[in-house]
Ligand binder design. Structure first.
Ligand SMILES: O=P(O)(O)OC[C@@H](O)[C@@H](O)c1c[nH]c2ccccc12
Length: 252
């Protein structure tokens, strides 16, 4: 454990130690990515809200497990108007798998984000995806190198931040897409004010994603007013009819 990990919730510490132990890929991947900025623009031009809908079978902050076929859930999200999909590949705490991601990416034509706790360069080479999450807090000093390594392979890195310092670190890299996570990964608490506080520091040429805690149409409006180009929504879509939920949150 490094010094800052003492502030993390026990579940998150367990996620990180599992992530560090997970092997990387055996050969360097090259990805022909579906453009996320183009997909966002297309949704905007239809007058809808760009949503990244998350296939999240379970999580440390969710009750129960959703064991429907992930490919079916993904298809329903796209039918409901999702601009992109986020697929958890973390196996031990989120019920995800790289196999689900591959099957989902084959089944849909929207960009797919690989949601995992990538800690080093070879872990980029585990499975192809269009976008890949890099969490500033966990990657630390390697952030800029990992952003470059991801872009060199053809991925579109989405750098996730939660504080002003992390945002500054993200903006100092070549990342074009930044996500502000409303959930504090230390305490696992959600506050939509996080996005509102940080969004104004993000230059216009960066594509800005509001992540976590968005449940209602009002929450969507709040994040859009604060400057969100797109929203990443998991729980509120996974809870109930995913097509209906995606449609409701994206058609404001
Ligand atoms: O279920 P929510 O509150 O809509 O959140 C989705 C997504 O933002 C959340 O799953 C998430 C954001 N960053 C993460 C990092 C790892 C795992 C999960 C996440």
């Amino acid at each position: 454990m490094n010094a800052s990990e003492g502030d993390l919730a026990p579940q998150v510490r367990s996620i990180l130690s599992a992530a560090r132990a997970r092997p990387g890929g055996e050969r360097r991947l090259t990805v022909d990515a579906r453009s996320f900025p183009a997909a966002v623009e297309a949704t905007e031009s239809e007058g809808r809200v760009p949503l990244i809908a998350e296939v999240k079978p379970t999580s440390p902050t969710t009750d129960g497990v959703r064991d429907d076929d992930p490919v079916e859930l993904a298809r329903e999200m796209v039918a409901g108007g999702a601009t992109a999909l986020s697929v958890l590949t973390e196996p031990e705490h989120f019920g995800g798998s790289t196999d689900s991601l591959e099957r989902i990416r084959d089944a849909v034509d929207v960009p797919v984000l690989r949601k995992d706790f990538v800690m080093n360069e070879t872990q980029l080479d585990v499975v192809e995806s269009d976008l890949i999450l890099l969490i500033a807090r966990f990657v630390g000093d390697d952030l800029s190198n990992l952003v470059d390594a991801a872009k060199d392979r053809g991925f579109q890195p989405l750098v996730e931040v939660h504080t002003k310092d992390e945002l500054d670190a993200a903006l100092a890299t070549d990342a074009d897409i930044v996500g502000i996570n409303n959930r504090d990964l230390g305490k696992l608490e959600v506050d939509l004010g996080t996005f509102e506080d940080l969004a104004s520091h993000v230059p216009d040429d960066v594509l800005l994603v509001a992540e976590s805690g968005v449940k209602t149409a009002d929450d969507v409006r709040r994040m859009r007013e604060a400057g969100a180009d797109a929203l990443l929504v998991g729980t509120a879509i996974m809870d109930g009819d995913v097509r209906e939920n995606t449609r409701n949150l994206s058609s404001l």
